[in-house]
Design a protein around this ligand. Structure first.
Ligand code: ATP
Ligand code: MG
Length: 274
């Protein structure tokens, strides 16, 4: 049973700001909860607290409307050391199938600690070479990848170490998934170039590429209520574009290839806050 095993750690990380880490993290957390998984979530940005506030808003909405919605057990980390973080993770992750870390969009020691210890590392990337720079630098003329960035090297090293520890400590290998996020279909040429550079880099660094959420106003509107696209019946009238969006989200979660627990009734998903 999951209560005696460590939860699978999913870390949303990109040192660049505004790529959609928090929005994706919340949606993935709720999608997993809807599938009956027990989900813990830690917000590593004590200043912005986007994930925390989102889930707080969700708790308030369920109370105000007297409804029951799957959610995650959540907490903000504002401790001083990586040991403090591991302690909080043990607390939030107790009895959980998954623990989700949302990290700040800047270089941060705790975000690195979480990222290098991830079972699944998710890096949302906007369709721009400005974002791509986090992983590698491309040639100004040919757009060929010139070299890996410091961040890619860091993850590469962590994965190597991890691969060695996999057998001794019975841990999974790290799966790094770069997610094309907030995509818009207006910039075909830029998208194609990014596709090529990302594919080239994915082979060198060993990450997978997946498709994330498209750019849609609904993602910005849901925050105050803490609702997600999956909360059917609570969102009011939605057009067909939201059906597509929901499909997109399901495809993203499926592409992460997460180890789902044996079927559990969704109503058992936790609602408690730490
Ligand atoms: N798919 C999307 N479509 C439209 N807006 C989005 C989408 N994803 C995120 N946003 C909006 O973009 C802004 C940044 O998103 P979010 O806070 O999720 O990014 P982040 O990577 O967590 O940022 P930070 O690095 O500051 O933590 C927010 O206003 C959010 O509502
Ligand atoms: Mg954020």
């Amino acid at each position: 049973m999951s209560a005696t095993t460590t939860p699978h750690r999913i870390v949303f990380a990109n040192e660049k700001g505004g790529t959609g880490k928090s929005t994706t993290a919340v949606h993935v957390a709720i999608a997993l909860a809807y599938q009956g998984a027990r989900v813990g979530a830690i917000d590593l940005d004590p200043r912005q607290r986007t994930l925390h506030r989102y889930l707080e808003n969700r708790a308030e909405t369920t109370k105000r409307r007297a409804i029951d919605l799957p959610t995650a057990r959540f907490a903000v980390f504002d401790g001083e050391t990586t040991e403090d973080l591991d302690e909080l993770a043990a607390e939030v992750g107790e009895g959980m199938d998954f623990i989700i870390y949302d990290t700040p969009g800047r270089d941060d020691a705790f975000a690195r600690h979480a990222a290098t210890g991830a079972d699944t590392l998710v890096t949302p990337l906007n369709d721009s070479f400005v974002d791509f720079d986090l992983i590698g630098q491309v040639d100004a003329e040919t757009f060929k990848v010139r070299r890996l960035s410091f961040y890619a090297e860091l993850i590469w090293e962590a994965r190597k170490k991890r691969a060695m520890a996999t057998i001794q400590e019975n841990r999974r290998e790290m799966d790094w998934v770069v997610v094309r996020n907030r995509t818009q279909h207006i910039e075909a040429r830029n998208m194609r170039r990014l596709d090529q550079a990302l594919t080239e880099l994915s082979k060198r660094v060993g990450f997978r590429i997946s498709h994330g959420l498209s750019e849609r106003v609904i993602y910005r509107e849901l925050f105050p209520s803490g609702l997600t696209l999956l909360d059917k019946g609570h969102l009011g009238e939605l057009g067909t574009s939201h059906l597509v969006a929901r499909q997109e989200l399901r495809a993203l979660v499926a592409s992460l290839g997460l180890p789902m627990p044996a079927a559990r009734a969704p109503e058992l998903a936790l609602t408690a806050q730490v």
